[in-house]
Ligand binder design. Structure first.
Ligand code: B3K
Ligand code: ZN
Length: 908
């Protein structure tokens, strides 16, 4: 905590370290109240930086002693200024012995060394190592580590570190030790230790090369029945990286450890990945299909970091996307390959794009907008963002789209050949891609340096005489904080042309564009602000299928007619654009409904949460709503009936754009009108499609033992979507259907879907089922999180109800999962209630940001971002949001984390 304004760090100010570290030896005497850490580092002056003091970082540490080349340094021989310890005039070669004292039992920030459920864990990325000892805590200082752990044997029988276990034994006084050695050089942010009373599932696994490795998944007692899926996911990840990128596990032992108190998803520490329990523990009783898929993705993600992040790391934190964007891309491809089927892959792509549009596009348009490679930050933890991760992954995907899969693999191979063991930049990655393919990718650099989502507008002109179709693409990008003017991006736009029968036309187009997919999809390279592409031998007026498979992270507009959208929805060979056609159509209808609702004066200002009211309001102001929706209804009906389409595809096609998606389409956000319009349309669909929904419900049952495979999950997904629509009818027949599913559910996916439907209805069993669910899962923290989230996001949960939940004995601000499950879920996923007209939602938000700031600044800063888009809201709400932001800003002792978010929000 600080009261002064923390400094801004700039990318351009990067300077190489004055000293490199060759070797680190650490000894830990672990105790929750008084842990002692003795660190011996061997440092050598960096020849690239002959001037400069020896600089170490430390944060909230008690320095017991520091010795340089054997001699104790007195406070006059070094300068301690805030987090920086500086030794001037140090010799060329230095051995530093530093002893620090910590109180991990009191560490609620969950950075550095901390205690969770009585066990010790660490989290060092980005700058947590400096909470353990004084050290040049920056990613371009890579060293080899040997670590001795000592602790009470009865309380902490398991002692884990990075790399290989060299030795272990008793110390004779009830304590024991373990000595770990990591054979690879690593930056300090990859350091980890775990000590506690844990158990593991383990397995010997043979690599493609024949070498055998030991795989372990460590959990608390009582959880060994929930580790199989994580273990399977780990084995699949290892195989996949061997096959797709020829990258082998470089250690003899690879460990995953689950911890219940964790700031994010998981952490890729070398050989000792530490995971939020949410991304490890699964069995059919406690985990949903989505949990299973997330676990596979996160296990893959952390494993893939072993090469993209650990072997080749970042020179400085501005380069974070070098490892994160690339590794997200790799985990997305891994998950897609694990699904296999074409439609399953498309659904995975759709889900990833949905996340991007729903979270990253708003970030790119808001006060925290920053380039994939940011130029400055106050607190680096605030930059583990969807821009760095998800947009970063899209940027990596564009290389593959431009260079082809083989070209991309060549670039990857050259990247590792050049940089293994180094700390490098995003430019180094781009150069490897360019050089391996002899391509000029200099303009592509703008994807790293310019923030904001480019808008591409497309216009087509057909010349029947010349048999040409000219597609003109124009790109623009709005200003973002600190970047008024944008230069044109290098945008791959994948395009196909459909004939009147809905078939792909063979493409003959201007030279310069790459043709892919058997000549029916062309990847046009848009590099100018305005550019035309001519397709030849086009026999009839085509319907263009634009930005196939979402080939670039842009907003694409084209003045499609409703009929053309329905046509694409039915015929496009590109499944992504089939889905997109339906989404565009639904968005149009919904925005018209919102406008109509806004015309009825009550809708804009009050909210009473009743979709029937909204339907009535629409009827009063705009004639019969049902008739207006008939084109959409019949398009959705034929999708639902189209059994040739896989269930998972039908599910995403029938899901309406979310309220957040719709908000982003509007110049001024009216959250209540949006909510009511969407609810009204859901109800119209439920009424109109009732029989088809019931049929889909019955046709997609998955009897027999639970399996999380994509096909079964797809069926459950469609079945439960049908249930969710039917629940809008809120009649006895559907109440009975839902209650039966709840009572007989054989897995958490079905149970949760039924409970959600019940809670959102007026079914008599609603309250009893909620209570029954709680009792059933009282001792499963991850399920209780779901129970909180379900209520936090339920449409009748108002601010008073969420406050009551926050007083529930199972609620605590100390556990990040619990905070996210209730407070963050309410503030970011229940817009109609959060934006209560009286501003009470914002007061709830401010209180929690302030309370969390004192406990865990990272979690507080994440919550602080829920008001990012305040300027876009209708004036009465906007003013109340600003006041709430100001209230937080005026709070004394704000952490740098929260201060950065709040001050940028107020300034931009
Ligand atoms: N690299 C970590 C994230 C660390 C976040 C620090 N605030 C997890 C991941 O992306 O794999
Ligand atoms: Zn990552």
């Amino acid at each position: 905590m600080r009261t002064d304004t923390p400094p801004t760090i700039y990318r351009q100010q990067y300077a190489a370290p004055a000293y490199r570290v060759e070797q680190v030896e650490m000894g830990f005497d672990l105790d929750p109240e008084d842990t002692r850490v003795a660190t011996r580092s061997t440092l050598v002056r960096n020849p690239d930086s002959p001037e400069g003091d020896l600089v170490l970082h430390g944060h909230e540490l008690r320095l017991v002693q520091i010795r340089m080349n054997g001699k104790v340094l007195s406070p006059g021989q070094y300068q301690l200024d805030g987090d920086t310890l500086r030794i001037a005039g140090a010799p060329h070669r230095v051995t530093l012995d530093i002893e620090t004292a910590l109180q991990p039992g009191r560490n609620t920030s969950l950075m550095g060394l901390y205690v969770s459920s009585g066990n010790f864990f660490t989290q060092c990325e980005a700058e947590g190592f400096r909470k353990i000892t004084y050290f040049p805590d920056r990613p371009d200082v890579m060293a080899k580590y040997t670590v001795m752990l000592r602790a009470d044997k009865a309380r902490y029988p398991v002692l884990l570190g990075n790399g290989n276990l060299v030795e272990q034994g008793d110390l004779g006084d009830g304590r024991h030790y373990a000595l770990w050695e990591d054979p690879f050089k690593k930056p300090s942010y990859l350091f980890a230790l775990v000590a506690g009373n844990l158990v593991c599932q383990e397995e010997a696994f043979q690599l493609k090369s024949g070498r055998e490795v030991l795989l372990q998944v460590w959990v608390e007692h009582g959880n060994l029945d929930k580790t199989q899926h994580a273990m399977d996911s780990l084995k699949n990840s290892i195989r996949w990286d061997e096959e797709r990128f020829n990258l082998e596990l470089d250690l003899d032992r690879f460990m995953i450890v689950a911890v219940g108190d964790f700031n994010m998803g998981a952490m890729e520490n070398k050989g000792l990945n530490i995971f939020n329990t949410k991304y490890v523990l699964a069995n059919p009783r406690i985990a949903t299909d989505i949990d299973y898929a997330n676990i596979e993705a996160v296990v893959g993600h952390e494993y893939f970091h072993n090469w993209t992040g650990n072997r080749v790391t970042c020179r400085d934190w501005f380069q974070l996307s070098l490892k994160e964007g690339l590794t997200v891309f790799r985990d997305q491809e891994f998950s897609a390959d694990m699904i296999g089927s074409a439609s399953g892959r498309a659904v995975k792509r759709i889900e990833d794009v949905r996340v991007l549009r729903q979270t990253q596009f708003p970030e790119d348009a808001g006060p925290m907008a920053h380039p994939v490679r940011p130029d400055s930050y106050i607190e680096i933890n605030n930059f583990y963002t969807v821009t760095v991760y998800e947009k970063g992954a899209e940027v990596v995907r564009m290389y593959q789209t431009l260079l082809g899969r083989d070209g991309f693999n060549r670039g990857m191979a050259l990247y590792f050949q050049r940089h293994d063991g180094q700390a490098v930049t995003c430019d180094d990655f781009r150069s490897a891609m360019a050089d391996a393919n002899r391509r000029d990718l200099s303009q592509f650099e703008r994807w790293y340096s310019q923030a904001g989502t480019p808008h591409v507008s497309a216009t087509g002109e057909y010349d029947a005489q010349a048999r040409t179709y000219t597609l003109t693409l124009a790109q623009t990008c709005k200003p973002t904080p600190g970047q008024e003017q944008k230069l044109p991006f290098h945008i791959p736009v994948a395009v196909g042309l459909l004939d009147a029968g809905g078939h792909d036309m063979p493409l003959v187009q201007t030279p310069g564009a790459v043709a892919a997919d058997a000549q029916t999809t062309a990847v046009l390279e848009l590099t100018e602000a305005h550019q035309s592409f001519v397709f030849h031998q086009v026999g009839e007026y085509p319907v263009p299928s634009l930005l196939r498979n979402f080939s670039a992270p842009v907003v694409l507009s084209h003045d499609y007619t409703d009929a053309e959208l329905a046509f694409l929805m039915e015929h496009d060979s590109d499944p992504f654009n089939r889905w997109e056609g339906g989404q565009r159509l639904a968005t149009r209808r919904l925005l018209v409904l919102v406008d109509k609702l806004l015309l009825t004066d009550s809708a804009a200002q009050t909210f009473d949460g009743d979709a029937a009211d909204a339907a009535a309001a629409m009827a009063a102001s705009a004639g019969a709503p049902v008739a207006e929706q008939s084109a959409l209804v019949s398009a959705l009906r034929s999708t639902l009936r189209h059994t040739g389409l896989d269930p998972e595809f039908r599910e995403v096609a029938l899901t309406l754009p979310s309220e957040t998606m719709l908000s982003e389409q509007m110049d001024v956000i009216h959250p209540h009108a949006i909510h009511r319009a969407r609810q009204a349309l859901r109800r119209v669909l439920a009424e109109q499609l009732r029989e088809d929904l019931e049929a889909a419900y019955h046709d997609n049952q998955t009897p027999g033992p639970y399996s999380p495979d994509a096909q079964s999950a797809g069926k459950r997904g469609l079945k439960n979507l049908a249930l969710s629509y039917l629940s809008e009818l809120d009649d006895e027949r559907t109440h009975a259907l839902i209650q039966t599913q709840y009572d007989h559910a054989g897995n958490m996916t079905d149970r949760m879907a039924a409970l959600t439907a019940l809670v959102n209805s007026s079914a008599p069993g609603r309250q009893a089922s909620l209570e029954h669910f709680y009792r059933d899962f009282e001792h499963e923290a991850l399920v209780i999180d779901k129970w909180f989230t379900l209520q936090a996001t339920e449409r009748s949960t108002d601010v008073a109800a969420v406050r009551a939940l926050a007083r529930h004995p199972a609620f605590t601000l100390k556990n990040p999962n619990r905070v996210r499950s209730l407070v963050l879920a309410f503030c970011s996923s229940n817009p109609a209630q959060f934006h209560a007209a009286d501003g009470s939602g914002y007061a709830f938000w401010a209180e929690h940001v302030i309370a969390l700031n004192a406990i865990n600044p990272q979690v507080a800063a994440r919550l602080a971002r829920a008001l990012d888009r305040w300027r876009k809201y209708a004036p009465p709400l906007r003013e109340k949001m600003r006041a709430a932001l100001q209230r937080v800003a005026d709070t004394p002792a704000l952490s740098g984390d929260v201060l950065e978010v709040i001050s940028k929000s107020l300034a931009n």
